[in-house]
Design a protein around this ligand. Sequence first.
Ligand code: SIN
Ligand code: MN
Length: 267
Amino acid sequence: MILTDAQLRDFDEQGYLFLPGCFTAEEVGILRDEARRIYASDRPEVWRETSGAPRTAFAAHTYNEAFRILGRHPRLIGPVEQLFGEKLYMHQFKVNAKAAFDGEVWQWHQDYGTWARDDGMPEPRAMNIAVFLDEVMPINGPLMLIPKSHRQGVLPAGHDTRTTSYPLWTLDHDTVTRLAAEGGIVAPTGKPGGVLMFHGNLVHGSAGNITPYGRTIVYLTLCAVSNHIRKPTRPEWIAHRDFTPIEPLSDDALAQYARKREERTAA
Ligand code: SIN
Ligand code: MN
């Protein structure tokens, strides 16, 4: 997948791009099934909300075949490689549940703030590209973004280790109020299979989910290889140390895997 000039301009101005319908129902279906299996397992990489509901599963591309394929999918690698103009490695990989009734808040933050402070990443030449596995609606804790905030550089932040089970460098109310007055707040919504990419410095967060509708989103954090992290402080499965350039698979790799799985189950 290659971005058009208009999409590149849009990304540059707004700091994000939403691309609906990038993955088919068959492709999303297998990922959703595998996410459920991972959440039901007892692994240190699966972090839970205070209720015990799953919050995020780290590094699923290292222990699950469907997510391994997604981590090398040309529809995700292509646009980010195009933007950075060089090969990429996987800095982080997470499957966020935002579970029905129990999914808790992600406070306002910039991802690069954490990658710089906790992992020693030199530049904001890494970004998230996210795949919606459930329908993301205005009511089930969609990701909220402050357009144009990626132009602010790294903003001062405090280390919040208490609000949720996941420590995060978060922004204060005055900063968020000022940025929202300038750029507004948007919450891209859409069917499963949509893809959202956003700049490492774009301010974002999400509210809790008290609806019966889960909101699973997979986030690949792709980093330019020359920008690899220098001073990691977090476990390997949160901030990866394998800087091998990703070689994309064929466009139908996930669909083929889904069909093979189906045949095996039917046999
Ligand atoms: C994140 O900011 O890394 C995740 C937020 C979310 O999934 O709502
Ligand atoms: Mn984030």
